[in-house]
Design a protein around this ligand. Structure first.
Ligand code: 1PR
Length: 535
């Protein structure tokens, strides 16, 4: 019946719910947005994707009279699905900038992951979960991984055991989902968990259309290492947006025409990588430092189209900074990022502007709160902000030659140098700055970055493997996840980076674009080597 295909969505406007909207539409449902409490009370099926921080979310719910309606709806055991913060808000309270009182339907306090036991916070990535009771919508998850991104979690206890329906481990055990009657909530993001996530949503949206199978009992897994496909995007000389790929950041062909190397269309390639099993897809608008991204609407279009059919996390970077256009109109970096989020990005990545912010911070030791990094992570949460570092190796005879952190290199430099430091660059590697990758990484972590995308200009496009010295240095220096990038040329390079460093993910571009090594072979190789991966 037509009525059955309408789902009510409680979106209080705090972040990107576009991916969820896309997933719901992809599954054939129409969305009715909650405007006031009566829309909740009249809903046939309600989805509540919590976004942002706990306290502001509770504030909005209370101010708009939605909290009371939500409690009534849930107490009447009507079809409900909470996602992420939408699960946490059901509990008594949260420690997130608190204690802050929650809706109080489920006994327990939502606390922060403890990073002292070696876990990187936020918890970002894919885990298999352990189903602890019949949970209907999770019936065919089995051992497949789902995507989490959060710094806070609820803990299973005797008091809430009638609710908890699955658990997961990250440092300690936490609640991955709850179910009581028709009320469901999941800590992971079904709209970002690929096929398995879509099946969870489908089971909630179309409960009768699914034959109830015998649930497959899975076990909670370790956090999987992620394999990320990256698309460097820019306009070619004809003005078409293409996926390009550099050699040490030089993206032009060495022919008479000197044209921009063209490896395909961004939306098509991204869609292909999703189907091939990429755990994440990143778009880098590599000329963003000179072309203002809000003027560059094709990039936003790319994102809108890509996010309609890709149900794993999307990251977008390039050109995130304050900007004044030709007409004197000022745009803050937060506006630029917001537009990226509205167009379908789950995370934004900041390059050049984060270098300036880190330099300033190290000089003054003051967090002004005004940098793009600080502003965006304050509004969208640090899990939504990646800092992309573009370092270049500088060999040293003696580590005391520079004030920056250096490493003893595995392979000596051209003149037998045994040390190197990694100099940060801006504007796509065009300008070296007086700051090392180590100093930058530590500074941006303090300023609110949730993740580091660690490139290496020397290795980019070379296919000779990741820069292990660099990745080890950085992944040991910070407690946020580090994505190793640049240089992958074979599946073995991925197992090498995961066995020798603490990288949480590895990203590649060239080998995927040139179809030299499919994503699936990388995953199979990692699995064979005993690395936890999402298959
Ligand atoms: O400075 O905030 O506008 O961001 C610009 C972004 O664009 C940064 O993230 C920067 O890394 C990126 N970028 C700028 N110029 C280039 C270039 O190539 N000329 N690309 C560029 C960065 C590096 C990786 C690449 C890996 C893997 N590309 O993204 O995909 O090195 O490649 P491989 O597997 O083929 O070795 P801002």
């Amino acid at each position: 019946a037509a009525d059955d295909s309408v789902v009510t969505l409680l979106d209080y406007g705090a972040g990107n719910v576009r991916s969820l909207r896309n997933a719901i539409r992809f599954l054939g449902c129409d969305i009715k947005d909650v405007q006031g409490p009566e829309d909740i009370l009249n809903a046939k099926r309600l989805i509540f994707p919590g976004v942002g921080a706990f306290a502001p979310a509770m504030d909005v719910l209370n101010k708009k009279g939605l909290a009371e309606a939500l409690c009534a709806y849930i107490e009447q055991d009507r079809p409900f699905l909470g996602i992420c913060l939408g699960l946490q808000l059901l509990f008594e309270s949260s420690e997130e900038n608190g204690p802050v009182k929650g809706l109080g339907l489920i006994p327990g306090v939502v606390g922060r992951f403890d990073s002292s036991n070696g876990c990187r916070v936020p918890h970002i990535g894919w885990n298999a979960i352990k189903i602890t009771k019949d949970s209907k919508i999770l019936d065919d998850i089995g051992n497949r991984h789902v995507y989490f991104v959060h710094s806070y979690r609820a803990i299973p206890s005797d008091d809430n055991k009638e609710w908890a329906s699955s658990t997961c481990n990250y440092g300690d055990g936490f609640i991955a989902s709850i179910r009581r009657g028709n009320v469901h909530a999941v800590q992971f993001h079904p709209e970002k968990s690929g096929e398995v996530g879509l099946s969870v949503l489908r089971r909630f949206l179309h409960p009768t259309s699914e034959v109830t199978k015998v649930p497959v009992q899975g076990n909670a897994s370790k956090l999987a290492k992620r394999v990320i496909a990256c698309l460097d995007v820019r306009a070619n000389d004809k003005g078409d947006l293409v996926v390009t790929k550099g050699d040490q950041y030089d993206v032009r062909e060495h022919t008479k025409e000197n044209e921009v190397r063209n490896l395909g269309k961004p939306v098509d390639l991204a869609g292909q990588y999703y189907k091939d099993g990429a755990d994440e897809v990143s778009f880098l608008n590599i000329t963003g430092f000179r072309d203002f991204p809000l003027g560059d609407l094709p990039m936003l279009q790319v994102l809108r189209h890509a996010s309609e059919n890709i149900f794993v996390p999307l990251t977008v970077g390039g050109g995130i900074r304050d900007f004044t256009d030709g007409n004197g109109r000022y745009y803050s970096s937060l506006e630029v990022a917001s537009e990226y989020f509205r167009s379908g990005a789950d995370k934004v990545s900041i390059g050049s502007d984060a270098v300036y912010a880190a330099e300033e911070y190290l000089k003054t030791k003051v967090k002004t709160g005004k940098s793009s990094l600080e502003q965006i992570s304050r509004v969208y949460g640090n899990q939504a902000v990646v800092v992309s570092i573009d370092p270049r190796r500088v060999y040293l005879k003696d580590p005391t030659d520079v004030e920056f952190k250096s490493v003893r290199v595995t392979k000596p430099g051209p003149n037998g140098e045994e040390f190197a430091w990694y100099q940060c660059t801006v504007n796509g590697g065009r300008e070296g700055r007086p700051i090392g990758a180590y100093e930058l990484a530590k500074a941006v972590e303090e300023l609110g970055a949730g993740e580091i995308l660690l490139n290496c200009i020397d290795c980019d496009g070379q296919g000779k493997g990741f820069d292990i010295d660099l990745i080890k240095l950085i992944s040991d220096a910070v407690s946020i996840p580090v994505i190793a990038s640049s240089g992958a040329g074979a599946a073995e390079h991925f197992s090498e980076v995961f066995s020798k460093t603490n990288a949480s993910a590895a990203l590649a571009a060239g080998i995927f674009h040139r179809k030299e090594v499919p994503i699936q072979s990388v995953k199979e190789h990692l699995l064979k080597e005993g690395v936890e991966v999402r298959i």
